[in-house]
Structure formats: C-alpha cells, structure tokens
Design a protein around this ligand. Structure first.
Ligand code: BT5
Length: 251
C-alpha cells in the first residue's frame, strides 16, 4: 500500500509483475477506468519511449507506471501535462534529497544523465479529450544499461541515492495531483512553470536542438507562459519552440 492522501490520483492501483507496456495496457482499459487510475509493473517487456523508441525497463529495477487521466480540456492543451508531470517528479525527487533537474520537455536528469523519461499519449476527438495516458519511467536501482545508452542514462542508485520506490511513487503522486488540478481545474500553468524554471537543466545554457537530422547550437533563454522554450540562435534570432518539434542535447 502507498498510504496516499490524494483525492483521486492513485485511489485505484493496478499492479503487475510483468507486462508489455504499462502505457499500452492503460490505453486498453482507459475508457472503463476511473480518472487517476495507476498501472504499475515490476517489469516491462516492450517499454516504449517517444517516436517508437525503446525504453529499458528491467525487473524490479525501476518505477514503470502509467496514470489514466480524464481532463475536461481541449486536445491542444494536453501536451502541457508532460510539463506538469516533469515538475511534480523533479519536486518530489528534490524533497527526497535527490538533486534532479528537468531537461525540457520530458527528461529528468541527475548529474547530466537521464534517470527518468515521460511519455504522454492522448486519445481525443476534435473538441474534447477522451483520456490521457501519462507514462513515467524512473531508473531506481542498479540498472545495467546496454553500451549504446550507458553514457546518457543513469539510475538513482548509480548516482549515490538510495530511495525506496514506494516513497518516490507516493511523493510524485502527491505533488502531481496539486499541479494537475491547478492546471485542469484552475486553468493555471503558473505552479508548474515556476518549478520548471527553478529546476531547469537547460535555461541559461547552450544546447543543441536537433530537428530533421539538423543540429544547431543555440542559447536557451527561458520558458514562456505557454511552456514553450525560448531560444536564441548564433545569429541572434530569438525563437519559440514547442515540445515535439525538436530533440535537445547538452553542448
Ligand atoms: C522517453 O522517451 O523518455 C519516455 C519514456 C517513458 C517510459 C515509461 S515507463 C512506463 C510507461 N510505459 C511505457 O511503455 N513507457 C512509459 P524518449 O525521450 O524517446 O527517450 C527514449 C530514449 O532514452 C531511448 O532511445 C534511449 O536512448 C534512452 N533510454 C531507453 N531506456 C532508458 C532508460 N531506462 N533510462 C534512460 N534512458 C533510456
């Protein structure tokens, strides 16, 4: 038991020892399940990242979970939920003593390496959202990574943090509910954006933005009120980028 004192997030928790992907399972059952239902599995055999990428999800080594959400918002407002999740994860981890920051829009990093990824999937009609499945993967224990990602991926344990998975989940869900309700009920992005700015891994730094295979070195200036990234090119041009448009690498 997680002993949660949330209103609806995590009131219903479905637990698996193994599953293909908690996001895929969540999508299958979403229509019939309550808002705030959590799917969590010890292992995923087909964990997914964005754009069909693979997410390594070893047995008992991390937190592989999905949250079913049924917000009354228009579809174009759904991508911001990724930032709401990032803000709640980074806040929860920092409260647990972990020096974690957000690499906009969907990575959480510790010591410049990725410990957590977020995958938000949406089912919607033109004017309304049917449901959102918010997938969160966090590397907690040893996690032996394959050679191609061991330079970019890490775990809490590898970075010297021994935190229980139950404590992490509990803290994330508690923080998430506050920020989520502020966004979907109060229609305010402020709480989330404040946290995203304070714990940003990239604001004020030079980063590479990669789009259509082209790599460009830019300076990251800020997040705007929509949650889009404001960057300045080497030619001094200031541009706004939306999540989904680009990948970001450190300099
Ligand atoms: C993400 O994609 O970062 C989103 C990951 C979401 C995973 C959760 S787990 C629960 C739920 N169920 C699912 O099936 N998925 C969600 P993206 O930004 O595309 O990053 C993927 C890239 O990160 C891969 O191509 C690898 O380079 C790297 N990677 C793969 N596994 C990793 C891991 N465990 N830790 C850190 N990096 C990893």
């Amino acid at each position: 038991g997680y002993d949660l004192d949330t209103e609806f997030i995590g009131k219903n928790i479905i637990h698996f020892d193994t599953i293909d992907s908690t996001n895929d399972y969540a999508k299958h059952i979403a229509v019939d399940e309550k808002d705030g239902t959590i799917i969590i599995s010890e292992e995923q055999t087909k964990g997914k990242g964005r754009l069909g990428r693979q997410w390594h999800s070893k047995e008992s080594e991390g937190i592989w979970m999905s949250i079913i959400l049924k917000p009354e918002i228009t579809p174009y407002k759904a991508p911001f939920i990724t930032l709401v999740a990032g803000a709640s994860i980074v806040k929860a981890l920092n409260k647990l003593g972990v020096n974690a920051s957000i690499k906009w829009p969907n990575d959480i990093i510790v010591n410049d390496k990725k410990i957590c990824g977020i995958l938000t999937e949406l089912s919607a009609e033109i004017e309304r959202v049917n449901y959102v499945v918010l997938g969160i993967g966090i590397n907690v224990k040893t996690m032996e990574f394959d050679s191609e990602i061991c330079d970019v991926a890490t775990s809490l344990y590898k970075e010297g943090y021994e935190v229980s998975r139950v404590d992490i989940v509990k803290n994330i869900l508690t923080e998430f509910e506050v920020l989520y309700l502020d966004y979907v009920v109060n229609k305010s992005k402020k709480k989330t954006l404040d946290i995203c700015r304070v714990y940003s891994a990239i604001i004020g730094k030079k980063i590479y933005i990669i789009s259509d295979g082209e790599r460009e070195l830019v300076k990251c200036l800020d997040l705007n009120e929509e949650g889009n990234l404001i960057i300045e090119t080497e030619q001094g041009l200031v541009k706004e980028i939306m999540s989904g448009e680009v990948s970001i690498r450190g300099e």
